[in-house]
Design a protein around this ligand. Structure first.
Ligand SMILES: *Cc1c(COP(=O)(O)O)cnc(C)c1O
Length: 427
């Protein structure tokens, strides 16, 4: 799509440009296989000599249209969709790091990523060093080892709401000859485009704002095409030396800027198979059309609620990077000047009991572990995700007993504030 179009236009038109008499909306190719007229034609596809569809585990037209839309939104050269955000994170790492390798991750990342990096990847022979997103350049430099293959971080972390200094992290990664991968789930490309600040690869859990209606679980990997794998060929032999499982193809030589994303499709998807269904991709594609409108409302609602609660007598503290005075306000202004996300965290006075009474008294906002969809939902870490911890242990984990995570939806903000106020009265 024309690079000059604004993001609002791209969300609606990128990836699908119907010709005369063709479907207005991206069609659902709910088919596992694709038919060919000659054996030779099909053979060329297997050799990666021609492009085309033959089996949905590798590629499907519905999935590809939606992937192309997201690639365009991020300003990347190519993208693949995966069956979950977790699969996207795993593939994005495993595509360039195998047993014997080492990665660096920010410690404030999503819990699922924390487990994947700290426990499951370790079982596969990949070591991880966690560093704070607030780490100094010296601390960052000290985390690198000769076998480090990448740095992984979140643009806005879930649920801590830490904003990443993308330029600084990209510079550190590049000083050590490795790419920076940014999970851009919470900000979405509408509010933040990490490639513009030096990130090399972006991942998403499309389950969150991109979907926005809690209807599908999915993920996405986008490549900027900017990282020079050949310049660090010894670190990335999977991309820069022949792949014996593909008749000796060398991805960087044959695919240039598309080397990383082509390998992820033709090797990892082929062997590990974590594809989303065409139906799910279709739902995602439809949702993306309204993403800019929804993000605008999520952010304005969240900011209004954050401001309202900031001076509320029953509230001890409010954390929201869009709120002036927040620790991450300045970074948020730089990297996401039009808004951050709809998630805020608030600490209710009176600890655990007050927080529980507040939650139980809400009428409009629902109690759910999900975040980032149209409906406002709340979660109390001390009684849900972290319920096995004592108040002492909670404190050590940086979570107070009265802390509530609120994923602000796109309802009318006055209705939401009225609901919060009546529930706080009972807290
Ligand atoms: C939810 C989430 C994930 C995991 O995505 P799933 O689609 O649930 O597998 C990864 N990163 C972030 C930031 C998330 O919020």
């Amino acid at each position: 799509m024309d690079r000059n179009y604004s993001i609002e236009t791209k969300c609606i038109h990128s990836g699908w440009n119907p010709g005369n008499g063709e479907a207005r909306q991206i069609p659902i190719y709910q088919s596992t296989t694709f038919k060919y007229d000659s054996a030779d034609e099909m053979g060329k596809l297997f050799d990666l000599e021609a492009s085309g569809y033959f089996y949905t585990r590798l590629q499907n037209p519905t999935n590809d249209a939606v992937a192309a839309r997201i690639a365009d939104l991020e300003g990347g050269v190519g993208a693949i969709l995966t069956s979950s955000g977790q699969a996207a994170t795993f593939f994005s790492i495993f595509n360039i790091c195998e047993a014997g390798g080492h990665i660096i991750c920010t410690s404030e990342i999503y819990g699922g990523t924390f487990n994947l990096a700290g426990v499951t990847l370790k079982k596969m022979g990949i070591d991880c060093t966690f560093v704070s997103a607030d780490a100094t350049d010296e601390e960052l430099d000290a985390a690198f080892r000769p076998n480090t293959k990448l740095v992984f971080a979140e643009s806005i972390s879930n649920p801590a709401l830490v904003v990443l200094d993308i330029e600084r992290f990209a510079a550190a990664a590049h000083r050590h000859g490795v790419p920076l991968i940014v999970d851009n789930t919470f900000a979405t490309p509408v509010n933040c485009r990490p490639f513009e600040w030096g990130a090399d690869i972006v991942t998403h859990s499309t389950t969150k704002y991109m979907d926005g209606h809690a209807v599908q679980v999915g993920g996405c990997i986008v490549d900027s095409g900017n990282f020079d794998w050949e310049a660090h060929a010894d670190k990335f032999p999977g991309l820069t030396t022949p792949d014996e499982s593909y008749h000796g193809i060398t991805y960087t030589k044959k695919f240039g800027k598309l080397a990383y994303i082509t390998k992820a499709t033709s090797q990892l998807m082929r062997d590990l198979g974590s594809i989303p269904s065409p139906m799910n991709c279709y739902l995602l594609g439809v949702s993306l059309e309204s993403l800019p409108l929804r993000m605008e409302r999520h952010c304005s609602n969240a900011l209004a609620i954050a401001k309202h609660l900031q001076s509320h007598e029953k509230i001890a503290s409010v954390h929201y990077p869009g709120l002036e005075g927040d620790k991450y306000y300045e970074l948020a202004k730089k990297y996401m000047p039009n808004g951050t996300c709809g998630v805020i965290s608030v600490e209710v006075k009176g600890g655990r009991e007050s927080a529980v009474r507040f939650l139980d008294s809400l009428k409009l906002a629902s109690i759910a572990t999900h975040v980032a969809d149209a409906k406002t939902c709340v979660l109390h870490p001390a009684s849900h995700t972290h319920r096995q911890l004592t108040d002492e242990q909670l404190k050590e984990a940086g979570i107070s007993a009265g802390l509530i995570r609120m994923s602000v939806g796109i309802e009318n903000v006055d209705d939401l504030i009225a609901d919060i106020d009546q529930a706080l009265e009972k807290a």
